[in-house]
Each structure stands twice: as C-alpha cells, then as structure tokens.
Design a protein. Structure first.
Length: 269
C-alpha cells in the first residue's frame, strides 16, 4: 500500500486518499470456508466475488475480513436476532456471515459507487437464500453523513438503531476516522445489556473493529482512531490477534506486523 496521506472532500478520490494500484484482472471469486465444525445441513462455504480493480481497494478479500467472519461465526450471541450495520463492506463477507447466522436485519454499505454496491448485491444473491434476504439491505453510504436512511430500513421497534456495527480494515483511511466515528455514534443503539435466560440475554451494543497495520511506519496514525474513540466516550478492548500471510508480501515494513490481524470491541461508557 502506498503512503499517500491527505484530507479532502467527499469525492471518491478524496474520501480514500490511496492511489490505485495497476489494473487487476476481471472480477474474481474467493471462497471462505467455515472454520468451526457444523452439521451437514448448515452452510460450509461463502463465495465472495471481488471487483476486478478499484481505488477503494474493493478488489481484495482482506485478512481482517476472513478473521472477522470466523469471529462472528464463533460469537453469534453478538447479533443473533439483532440488527447489524457493516461500513465499507467491500465483498461483505462479515455481514453475510451475520445474515446467514440469524441476524434479524443486516445493512451492508460501501461508498455509493455502482461497481461496489452492485457487487455486494451479487454476493448477497449468491450466498443468502431468497427466503432469508428480506432482512438484508445493500446501500451506498458516505461515512459521516446522516444515518436516518439506514435506520429507516430496520424493523419497527422502540429504538431504531443497530446492535452491532462492523468495521473491517478501514482505519488505514486516516482522514476518515472522525467521519466513521460520527456514523457509529449516531447509528449504534444506546440500550444496555440485559441478563436472564438464554432467550432473553442480550449483550451491550458494540462496534467491532478489525484491522492490520499494512504500513507499519504509519501504525501510530492507524491507532489514532482508538484515541479519538476514547475522547468520544468509547471503551476500547482488544479481543483478538491472529496471524495470516501478509496481503502485500513485497511491501516494506516488518512482515510480522503486516501479517497480524487485530480485533477490538468498542462499547459506550
């Protein structure tokens, strides 16, 4: 990944300040294989189509996305019968896992670019049975903008808000930290956790933020996201570290750093 940084407006090339790599091949398909053992009648794989090339990096299935999918599969209590928002979804693997595992409503979003949004819709059609799609929505959305159009998609309830918000490998977009946090603050439910028997217990609403330091020398800039979150009143807790082959083996910087996925849970004070 390049080191270009900068602030800008809301055009595609200013929201994401990374210059595009050389053109990639036509759209490709990557298969995610479920890691935990399941019954034969349950799903075992998810087929993710990726756009061929895009300046928003939607043509990669990021390691963080794979780690995210496995974590969500192991922890369905975070979203089952709840509402889920994925920001910057790309191929939307984590959100699709949540939809397949019993979330009542899942809203998958990315920058309102036709190639990205259409590709997410394709992945939903390919992986989620038609009988389950009524609660899955694909929307273009710019971070920091009003969230009412997203909340309007949710089922009627006392509080229209999300129980879980997914951010998978987004915090390298340093100029967009404040915009991401603004969206999360506006969209996440403010209810408290509840306890009781298994059918009534609900964990506190949270953000899950998975990431890799793809540019180790800019790791401190990545981590500013969490400093800004704490200033806004979020509690940040690391919940996962996991090693993968680095996304870009020839890139500079310590390989172990570039190969590690971190996962954090953010809850309100």
């Amino acid at each position: 990944m390049s080191d270009s940084e900068g602030e800008g407006g809301l055009a595609l090339d200013s929201v994401f300040t990374e210059p595009p790599r050389p053109p990639s091949p036509e759209p490709t398909v990557t298969v995610y294989t479920r890691e935990r053992q399941v019954n034969p009648d349950e799903w075992s794989t998810i087929s993710i189509r990726l756009v061929g090339s895009h300046p928003l990096w939607g043509h990669h299935l990021w390691n963080a996305s794979r780690a995210f999918a496995s974590y969500l599969d192991e922890h369905p209590e975070l979203y089952r019968e709840g509402t889920v928002l994925e920001l910057g979804a790309g191929g939307a693997l984590p959100g699709i896992v949540a939809a397949k595992n019993g979330a009542s409503a899942v809203v998958l979003t990315d920058y309102p670019d036709a190639a990205l949004v259409d590709n997410i819709s394709h992945n939903v059609r390919e992986n989620i049975p038609e009988s389950q799609r009524s609660g899955v929505y694909v929307e273009g959305y710019i971070w920091g903008h009003p969230v009412e159009p997203l909340l309007a998609l949710l089922p009627d309830s006392e509080e229209k808000a999300f129980d879980l918000i997914i951010l998978s490998d987004l915090i390298f977009n340093h100029s967009q930290h404040e915009a991401m946090l603004k969206t999360c603050d506006l969209a996440l439910s403010r209810r408290k956790s509840t306890t009781g028997d298994d059918s009534q217990s609900r964990p506190s609403p949270c953000l899950l933020v998975f990431y890799t330091h793809h540019r180790p020398h800019l790791a401190d800039r990545d981590m500013e996201f969490f400093a800004k979150a704490r200033e806004r009143g979020w509690i940040c807790e690391e919940i996962l570290t996991r090693k993968y082959p680095p996304m870009f083996p020839e890139d500079p910087g310590e390989e172990e750093v570039r190969a590690t996925v971190h996962g954090c849970r953010l809850t309100r004070v």
